[in-house]
Design a protein around this ligand. Structure first.
Ligand SMILES: *[C@@H]1O[C@H](CO)[C@@H](O)[C@H](O)[C@H]1NC(C)=O
Ligand SMILES: *[C@@H]1O[C@H](CO)[C@@H](O)[C@H](O)[C@H]1NC(C)=O
Ligand SMILES: *[C@@H]1O[C@H](CO)[C@@H](O)[C@H](O)[C@H]1NC(C)=O
Ligand SMILES: *[C@@H]1O[C@H](CO)[C@@H](O)[C@H](O)[C@H]1NC(C)=O
Ligand SMILES: *[C@@H]1O[C@H](CO)[C@@H](O)[C@H](O)[C@H]1NC(C)=O
Ligand SMILES: *[C@@H]1O[C@H](CO)[C@@H](O)[C@H](O)[C@H]1NC(C)=O
Ligand SMILES: *[C@@H]1O[C@H](CO)[C@@H](O)[C@H](O)[C@H]1NC(C)=O
Length: 582
């Protein structure tokens, strides 16, 4: 996977983890020499470190402004807001960088200047000086030189923390392990799992797949056909098991035999996984301890919220909007489908790297029920952060080859009677058109950061999630959309012409236009359909609306995909209640 595609995957990890790794691997700035290259494979995250620094320094600066406090008090306030597990870490960070940041901010240096002078932002030879805010009057490079002079006279920065002590914090330990392992073996993150289903919520446990109901027995998992009609135990985890004492018939047989049960699998990208960074993390006017309560969970789910997503969501959204998902609708249609969901999306997922991701599909061709697979890589084939972004986009020929390979793999792993729905790419011009002159959450207090500025900053650092669409260059935006359309047409043609033994296949356009239309009718604004912090991903509202549209389409055009309404739903609910949650 190209590093630029991971932009937002770790955007907030940088906040804590990478700032420290950086410190650990750099020599102290006041001695003037360039820091040594990082000893760990984290050079990868250079641009992200800069984004993280500017973000944190901005928040500190704005907290001080909003509460009319000193910078030191603002840092302490921020650390107080952070969940207890991470507080120690926060104080260490404040201790380490605090005095320097405070001194510079007190002299009215903005976050760009502070981060450049701390060398957390760097200017590559021959490249521009990247900045989020408008440069100070004296000019950015003059201000940075001045800031560095101030720093020289202040106390040395100590690089007191090594990688090991960072990773000693309980929450970060697992993340560190995961990152180290994955980087060392050049694996997709999904491969970190040993067992594919789990009772542990994050680190790709049940937020990503239906919760396993017996982690110790590998023949027990959601989606399998029941063992001996589950007379003794719940082998398929759908909450239905045991024997009706009235007639001696197992409930599973009574309610689910011939019910056309099927699971949902999403093969996709960060939009499918529902990538989201809570805006409350950077809106100082409303900031409180409550704002960060979800920080630890968000971390270990890679900042994705699959539990609320449009295909596999199953929990009520706590991140605005509401939850509606193909899974919930299928479950409502047939309660025997309870818990049969798999989300094998990944941030950065594209037609190419899905080929390795797909290997984590957990479906036994002989033992399991059929599945509905949604293939939705809605942007990453045309989105990258490269300077010559056009040259790095997937070509129609590559698309054809990637998708056909993926489908062949599915054909050899999906139970007969499955369905595959290919979703077209989005037209990302929607993003620029609706956001470029609006204020980013970070810019709302002082009206000083628009999305256009954010996009340029990320582009300059080569960590833009999509250089082709998040750009003022209209020609480039048009060319990106043109390629996206070509790739969608490849998918459409595949659905029309290819045949597979174990599934039928359909194509649908990404329902952006209908979603926007429906939202407008509900009194909403188009910008609300985009994630406010990254200005790129579909928001929770867009996801939930999209589900309804996809469902209606399937119901009218391909009803066989959704299966029958189960006449026993009420009885199942009466006997098994909520069937044991997820
Ligand atoms: C901010 O605090 C300073 C010193 O405590 C005080 O002089 C000033 O009036 C305060 N400003 C506002 C706007 O409250
Ligand atoms: C595991 O589950 C299967 C299916 O329900 C059952 O037949 C088997 O006895 C279980 N194995 C153990 C060790 O519990
Ligand atoms: C799958 O994971 C992606 C990425 O985290 C998420 O956006 C999506 O909502 C998830 N889908 C389901 C069905 O849970
Ligand atoms: C969501 O909340 C409503 C009540 O607000 C509740 O009836 C429903 O069961 C919840 N749904 C899920 C999936 O938790
Ligand atoms: C799959 O099932 C259909 C009918 O349900 C059958 O015609 C077809 O031969 C089956 N395919 C395979 C590979 O078993
Ligand atoms: C971009 O595409 C739009 C819509 O097709 C068109 O109106 C516009 O003139 C194009 N702009 C450029 C610079 O090519
Ligand atoms: C806009 O993008 C196109 C295509 O990459 C490029 O040829 C052109 O020079 C760019 N225009 C400007 C003003 O940068």
């Amino acid at each position: 996977m190209k590093e630029s595609k991971q932009t937002f995957l770790n955007l907030f990890c940088i906040l804590w983890l990478l700032l420290l790794l950086k410190t650990a691997s750099s020599s102290p700035p006041p001695h003037g020499k360039d820091p040594r290259p990082p000893s760990l494979p984290f050079g990868l995250y250079k641009g992200h470190t800069c984004v993280g620094c500017v973000l944190v320094v901005s928040v500190i600066e704005q907290l001080a402004q909003w509460h009319n406090s000193t910078v030191k008090a603002a840092m302490e306030r921020l650390c107080d807001y952070i969940p207890e597990k991470l507080q120690g870490f926060c104080y260490v960070l404040a201790e380490l960088y605090g005095p320097h940041i405070a001194e510079l901010i007190d002299r009215e240096m903005n976050a760009d200047v502070v981060c450049h002078s701390l060398r957390l932002c760097k200017q590559d030879p021959g490249q521009l000086l990247c900045h989020l805010y408008s440069p100070p009057k004296v000019g950015l490079s003059v201000a940075i030189r001045k800031a560095k002079r101030i720093m020289k006279t202040s106390k040395d920065l100590k690089s007191v923390l090594g990688f090991s002590s960072v990773c000693a914090f309980p929450l970060l330990a697992s993340l560190c392990e995961k990152i180290k392992y994955v980087l060392r073996n050049k694996l997709p993150f999904e491969d970190f799992d040993g067992d594919k289903f789990s009772t542990f919520p994050t680190l790709r446990g049940y937020h990503w797949r239906g919760r396993d109901c017996n982690d110790k027995n590998t023949t027990v998992y959601p989606g399998r056909r029941p063992d001996n009609w589950d007379a003794k135990s719940d082998s398929n985890c759908n909450g239905i098991w045991g024997v009706d004492p009235k007639d001696g018939i197992p409930y599973e047989e009574k309610f689910c035999k011939g019910a056309d049960s099927k699971g949902v699998v999403l093969l996709g990208d960060s939009a499918g996984a529902h990538f989201h960074i809570p805006p409350e993390w950077m809106t100082v006017t409303q900031m409180s301890a409550k704002s960060f309560a979800n920080l630890p969970m968000a971390f270990s789910d890679e900042l994705d919220w699959p539990q609320f997503s449009e295909i596999t969501g199953f929990l009520n959204s706590t991140i605005g909007g509401w939850t509606d998902s193909l899974y919930l609708r299928l479950r409502k249609r047939n309660r025997c489908n309870h818990r049969d969901l798999q989300n094998i999306s990944q941030n950065g997922g594209s037609s190419g790297n899905l080929l390795s991701l797909i290997k984590s599909l957990a479906r036994n061709q002989l033992l399991d029920n059929p599945a509905i697979v949604i293939y939705a890589t809605i942007g990453n084939d045309v989105c990258n952060g490269e300077r010559d972004t056009l040259a790095h986009m997937t070509t129609p020929k590559e698309m054809l080859s990637n998708v056909v390979q993926a489908l062949r793999y599915l054909d050899s792993h999906l139970p007969n009677g499955s369905h595959v729905i290919l979703t077209g790419l989005v037209d990302g011009r929607f993003l620029w058109d609706n956001l470029h002159d609006r204020y980013h959450p970070l810019g709302q207090l002082n009206k000083d950061v628009t999305y256009s500025q954010l996009y340029s900053f990320l582009d300059c650092l080569q960590v833009s999630p999509c250089s082709g669409w998040l750009t003022p260059n209209e020609t480039l935006r048009n060319l990106t959309s043109e390629r996206a359309l070509q790739l969608s047409n490849v998918l459409k043609e595949i659905a029309r012409s290819e045949k597979f033994a174990n599934f039928d296949i359909f194509y649908m356009d990404f329902p952006l236009r209908q979603t926007a239309e429906e939202w407008r009718k509900m009194g909403g604004e188009p910008w609300q359909l985009i994630e406010p912090v990254d200005g790129f991903h579909p928001s929770q509202i867009a996801a939930a609306l999209g589900t309804g549209i996809t469902w209606q389409r399937a119901l009218h055009e391909w009803p066989q995909v959704l299966g029958k309404q189960n006449p026993f739903n009420d009885q199942i609910e009466a006997i098994f209640k909520d069937q044991g949650g997820h």
